[in-house]
Write a protein that binds this ligand. Sequence first.
Ligand code: M6P
Ligand code: ZN
Length: 195
Amino acid sequence: VSRHGSPATGTPARLDVNEATGRLTPATTTFARRLADMRGMYRDGEAEARLLADDPLIYEVFQYDVPERTGELFVCTTVLQPGRVGDEYFMTKGHFHSRRDCAETYIGLQGAGEVMMMRDERCETVALAPGTVAYVPPHYAHRTINTGSSPLVFLAVYPAQAGHDYASIEQTGFAARLVDRNGTPTLVDRLAPLS
Ligand code: M6P
Ligand code: ZN
């Protein structure tokens, strides 16, 4: 899946967000990640294997591309489905920015979830919902997690030169996980035993 489509020309634009679907128009890049696209990222391998038979859609991204130069801003929406792999909530892959000095802002539009952020192997979460803004400072890896029962939709804005560094998240993951413990989203260590 191509991460970037054709860049818009950098002229004034109006973008529309469909409140029901989260779809951004116009979007020059759209991509979807299914469970098979993030194999090994959830703790419960048996639950993952069971779900892979249907390979559920986890999330879609609708992005308005701009030239990848300093000063430009990417704008995109993400629609993250509700669900769990074992006791672990559906989540995005998560990434650092290739340019570590680039921040990001998430604006909640629908649903309820958390943004997990990590620096130096320490994780914290910030709630994301309609009417809230989560600020991801430079140098923090970030991932969103849907803790609700409907799609989590949010708008992201980030510097065009930021880039996505997935490698370290694919190798060692985040230091913490967000799991359902008797109906309550609970932050546990990455290696905590399955409940
Ligand atoms: C947000 C932004 C995007 C990111 C997307 C999905 O919309 O941070 O840059 O691509 O979430 O997250 P990921 O790239 O980690 O799969
Ligand atoms: Zn980012």
